[in-house]
Ligand binder design. Structure first.
Ligand SMILES: Nc1nc2c(ncn2[C@@H]2O[C@H](COP(=O)(O)OP(=O)(O)O)[C@@H](O)[C@H]2O)c(=O)[nH]1
Ligand SMILES: [Mg+2]
Length: 379
């Protein structure tokens, strides 16, 4: 599973990416082998099962701090999107190339309205960030439409002649985008398109289909960034009133807190609603001022910087993930070498024990016989 950060330029995507992927406690065994410059490791924050089972754990593939388990997940910082990117404008093609692999998206919006529709700085509050939501979705839909429409008359006729189903042909065409036939069928059903008669589909039907395929295959959460700026407040409320899944976010504040925690100037676990200053004597007046600003403008108003909440929302609410803790020794809850609750894996809800075995190692998946629920065994 991989999550892409998208939006127009200058909304704070890279700041969000840098904040989310900065961790002072790196995991011992790095689970991802090839990492490109714009791909990084963020962490999911969950309440660790060690508390529930009342054991002292020794994690290997993740981190446990005071009963909070931080589990690595992949994040991509995608190139900024400008109007007409679908025609190849700006870094349009680079954008689309990055987004292909994403299973879900974080749309970072400049909630303060201090960047225009192209992402150029403008007077604070001069741009309406609500327009940005529609713009990014539209670019995406037009891009999909362009791919689907290529050769459409021939494709729809071939499907109608019974050679190959239209859903299967579309799946082939969109396979490079991590879009499955199952998702295409679900999309066609949801707008009640006649599978048998694709030549009868109107241009609008095809466009609607692209829109639903995008919604189903790349679910999106909106991070209303720069929530520390005063103009953001009313824009966040306006967008919420429209029923969008919106999380107020202050990426720059999160970056400041994580860097300070890394230098041990403060105690802070990503997602906390407060931080604790250490070594007050080592802090410069500017640093103290910056911490106070984060407290007053972000934590007291929104109760967190929102960065961690965005990551958790994408995995648990959009992608319906679950966390599993595989062990080899179900009595000691450990691996072969005695690490208690060594690993935490993020899986799609409904995954089987065999899927987990494959995720750990192909050989383990191939030789898989059975698994037990250690939690029940222990009870
Ligand atoms: N006030 C404020 N500014 C931010 C925040 N996040 C990013 N910025 C600023 O927005 C500008 C663009 O940030 P950047 O991460 O490069 O944007 P990108 O082009 O979307 O990757 C920079 O000047 C950042 O310092 C935030 O949470 N609050
Ligand atoms: Mg950037």
């Amino acid at each position: 599973m991989i999550v892409g950060i998208i939006g127009k330029p200058n909304t704070g995507k890279s700041t969000f990416f840098n904040a989310a992927t900065l961790s002072h406690a790196q995991v011992a065994s790095y689970p991802f082998t090839t990492i490109k410059p714009n791909v990084g490791i963020a962490y999911l924050r969950v309440s660790c099962v060690c508390k529930e089972l009342d054991v002292k754990d020794s994690p290997v593939n993740s981190i446990c701090i005071n009963g909070i388990r931080l589990i690595p997940v992949k994040l991509i910082d995608v190139a900024g999107l400008v109007p007409d990117a679908w025609k190849g404008r700006g870094l349009g093609n680079k954008f689309l190339d990055d987004i292909r692999r994403a299973d879900a998206l974080i749309h970072v919006i400049d909630a303060s309205g201090s960047t225009d529709e192209e992402g150029r700085p403008c007077t604070l509050g001069a741009h309406d960030p609500l327009c940005d939501v529609d713009f990014v979705e539209r670019e995406f839909d037009l891009w999909l439409l362009q791919i689907v429409k290529r050769d459409w008359p021939r494709m729809s006729r071939t499907a109608e002649s019974g050679v190959q189903k239209i859903s299967s042909m579309l799946a082939e065409r969109l396979s490079g985008l991590s879009i499955t036939e199952e998702q295409i069928v679900e999309s066609m059903n949801s707008i009640k398109l006649n599978f048998e008669k694709p030549t009868n589909w109107s241009e609008e039907d095809v466009f609607d289909l692209c829109r639903v395929i995008r919604q189903i295959s790349k679910p999106m959460v909106i991070a209303m960034n720069k929530s520390d700026l005063l103009t953001s407040l009313k824009n966040i409320e306006r967008l919420r009133a429209k029923g969008c899944l919106v999380i107020p976010c202050a990426a720059e504040a999160e970056l400041l807190l994580r860097r300070a925690a890394e230098k041990e100037l403060i105690e802070y676990i990503p997602g906390d609603s407060s931080f604790h200053m250490l070594h007050l004597d080592r802090l410069t007046p500017e640093q103290k001022k910056a911490f106070n600003l984060v407290n007053d403008r972000v934590l007291k108003v929104w109760s967190s910087t929102g960065v961690q909440q965005v990551i958790n929302t994408v995995y648990f609410d959009l992608m319906k993930s679950i966390v599993v803790y595989p062990v080899e020794d179900e009595k000691r809850l450990s691996d072969k070498t005695g690490h208690v609750l060594p690993d935490a894996y993020v899986m799609k809800v409904g995954s089987k024990a065999k899927d987990l075995a494959y995720k750990i190692h192909t050989d383990l998946g191939k030789g898989f016989l059975y698994a037990v629920d250690a939690k029940k065994e222990c009870a």
